[in-house]
Design a protein around this ligand. Structure first.
Ligand code: B12
Ligand code: SF4
Length: 595
């Protein structure tokens, strides 16, 4: 049995590490995980000439940097990390990282190398696409998927045998990079994850354990999962969509999608639900399968999981068959992203290798609006291939989008290694002198989003305004403030954001003969109207000075006496706590708890 420690950078959760941890623990190893630095986004004053991580724009117009560009590891952070590695008595260290983690890897790995005498392995997107850099920093790089290889790999290392001939391994020998061939990938990757309580989080000079991670992590009640792996597109700037091409170069044809068995996904989610999770993120490139399979999955999800979820659906599939969307919404679909990237179909086709015309995405956006889905529209700015005409096409696109429950998210074009984008854009030269123009265009997109066509036309005719990003930014901020415009994020914290309309839909669909409502505070007051006309067996308000509603029974021991399948609707800012309380204290309660 080996003592293995994973290190993941700028993450608070890693499906890859969780999957590998399960496989290793089932094989008898002891596994710990260290999340070194958490995901971080901060406003910055100006663009970096060469950002190490993606730069984006807040919907309020500010420039936002991320991760190592804005929250570098301090000397104290690193000291805590080194001490922890030694304290855990690690035998084998497994680094899991992405390309933008390069800076932190270059900073931290040499220091780890000095104090840690065991074998260091590195895997994930970063080392897979850049074995050259990583093989100088660690003993061995593992490229590609590892769930069917990791146990054998670790046991060879444990027995002191060489892994130099092992498939997918890269390393430096006499200064030369050795890159081994790939082994057969799994037909059905992404096994069930293990949520490892032996996890540590280091950020802002402090160490947190799994138990007190809530102090650091904003949404510890959400769960990330994959229904399957693989994208049906291959956008030029994306590593996930080009994963299949990586395998193709190695002689393996993997299908566009490799979906897990429905039962395995549902079982994993039921376990997550029973542990108190109240939000699910499907991290699939697209949550997609044959319609019949997807339909069956959403039905099972609705019946057995029924937690609101975030996912990407395939716009064209939904437009061709809107029934998919209806079933997804019934299951709990409440939030998503629609990627437009450019308003020009030509730019999307030629430079982003995204062949689907925008009209499908616009139609999809209208369908989403019909179902009150929260949505973020993605655009890529700083695109040197775009002319003024393409920028105008983007204005037109923005004007055609539904605006309710939506916001515009602009990101600066960013080249990831292993993706074709850098070649496609190679002939263009961007200089810092261009940054002001790009920023002005981005601000105009944001302004266009909140204005009528008429109003926006006037802005475009105002030369003084549009020739200065400072003027545009000041005008935009003032415009938002005067009109009280704020942009929505789908969260349990605000009733109208994901809960009110979802509950309304369920009440209508199921027409329950009786319900129980557990609600308190302002949260409940805001949504009480939806229960008008319902037959409510009990109103539960367990706040000592509950200012929400009249209380029939308090405290809610009443639940323990109920034998019928009567649903409980939780309308409270303490949703997670109440949900956990019902599960722990009234575990025999037969009804559904609807979060
Ligand atoms: C979820 C996710 C996130 C989450 C991560 C936390 C979480 N909750 O899981 C969040 C939202 C934080 C995130 C952030 C970012 N992400 Co992200 N993210 C993803 C996503 C959608 C899933 C990752 C995943 O779980 N994959 C599935 C697992 C099983 O795969 P895996 O991690 O690669 O692990 C497998 C192998 O790589 C290998 N492996 C992995 N680690 C190790 C270690 C060892 C030792 C070994 C042997 C093997 C091994 O085995 C695993 C099992 O097969 C991917 C896209 C995708 N579909 O993969 C993008 C992706 C990983 N993200 C990406 C990027 C760039 C980012 C950012 C860093 C962008 C930025 N701003 O710079 C940001 C961080 C910014 C921020 N502040 O939020 C890129 C990475 C590309 C690259 N070349 O590195 C991806 C691929 C998307 C893309 N555009 O192509 N992300
Ligand atoms: S659709 Fe999304 S996940 Fe798929 S290749 Fe394009 S950007 Fe990547």
């Amino acid at each position: 049995m080996a003592k293995i420690t994973f290190i993941s950078f700028y993450n608070d959760f890693s499906v890859g590490v969780n999957v590998l941890s399960r496989v290793l623990i089932e094989a008898g190893h002891k596994v710990s995980t260290i999340f070194f630095k958490l995901p971080c986004q901060k406003e910055i004053e100006w663009f970096k000439e060469e950002p190490g991580c993606m730069e984006t724009f807040s919907p309020y117009g500010d420039i936002v940097g991320s991760n190592s560009d804005v929250n570098k590891a301090s000397t104290r952070d690193i000291k805590i990390l080194l001490d922890l590695i030694l304290e855990l008595k690690t035998d084998i260290l497994c680094i899991s990282s992405r390309s933008p983690d390069r800076d932190i890897a270059l900073l931290v790995l040499p220091q780890i190398r000095e104090i840690f005498k065991g074998i260091i392995l590195a895997g994930g997107y970063g080392p897979t696409f850049d074995p050259e850099t990583y093989s100088d920093l660690v003993d061995y790089v593992y490229r590609g998927e590892a769930e069917n290889k990791i146990v054998e790999l670790i046991s060879l290392i444990e027995c002191g045998k060489s892994i130099e001939d092992f498939d997918n391994i890269s390393y430096k020998k006499n200064g030369e990079l050795v890159v081994n061939k790939f082994g057969e990938p799994e037909e059905m990757p992404l096994r069930e994850q293990l949520i490892n309580k032996d996890s540590f989080y280091i950020d802002y000079d402090k160490l947190y354990t799994y138990e007190n991670r809530h102090e650091l992590i904003r949404y510890p009640y959400s769960y990330s999962i994959f229904f399957g792996r693989g994208c049906i597109n291959t956008c030029s700037y994306c590593s996930a969509g080009n994963w299949r091409n990586l395998y193709k170069k190695e002689g393996f044809r993997i299908p566009y999608r490799r979906n897990r068995q429905i039962e395995s996904v549902i079982n994993e989610l039921i376990k997550a639900k029973n542990s108190g999770i109240i939000f699910v993120n499907f991290r699939d490139e697209y949550l997609t399968a044959k319609f019949e399979v997807l339909k069956q999955f959403f039905h099972m999800y609705e019946n057995e999981v029924n937690i609101p979820f975030w996912a990407y659906l395939v716009p064209k599939h939904v437009v061709n068959d809107p029934e998919i969307l209806r079933i997804a919404v019934d299951a709990g679909f409440i939030d998503t992203v629609v990627g437009f990237q450019s308003g020009s179909d030509y730019i999307n086709r030629t430079f982003f290798t995204r062949p689907l015309p925008n009209k499908y995405h616009v139609e999809y956006a209208h369908l989403l609006a019909k179902y009150k889905i929260n949505v973020k529209y993605d655009l890529i700015t700083f695109n040197p291939a775009e002319t003024d005409e393409h920028v105008k096409e983007t204005f037109k696109l923005i004007q055609a989008l539904p605006k309710e429950r939506a916001y515009l998210s602009c990101a600066r074009l960013f080249f990831l290694p292993g993706t074709p984008a850098s070649k496609l854009f190679a002939k263009f030269k961007n200089t810092p002198g261009d940054f002001e123009r790009y920023y002005r265009n981005t601000l105009l997109y944001l302004i266009c989003f909140v204005m009528s066509e008429n109003e926006f036309g006037k802005i475009l005719n105002n030369q003084k305004m549009i020739s200065s990003w400072q003027n545009l930014l000041a005008f935009y901020k003032d415009y938002l403030e005067k009109r009280g415009i704020a942009f929505p994020i789908g969260t349990h914290d605000v009733p109208g954001s994901i809960t009110t309309h979802r509950y309304q839909r369920m009440l209508k669909k199921y027409n329950y003969p009786e319900i129980i409502v557990w609600g308190n505070g302002e949260y409940y007051k805001e949504m009480v109207h939806i229960f008008k006309g319902e037959s409510i067996r009990y109103h539960i308000d367990d706040e000592v000075n509950g200012n929400g509603i009249e209380t029939d029974i308090s405290p809610p021991e009443v639940l323990s006496g109920i034998k019928e399948q009567i649903p409980v609707f939780i309308c409270s800012s303490r949703k997670q706590e109440i949900n956990t309380k019902i599960m722990n204290e009234y575990s025999n309660f037969p009804g559904k708890i609807i979060v």
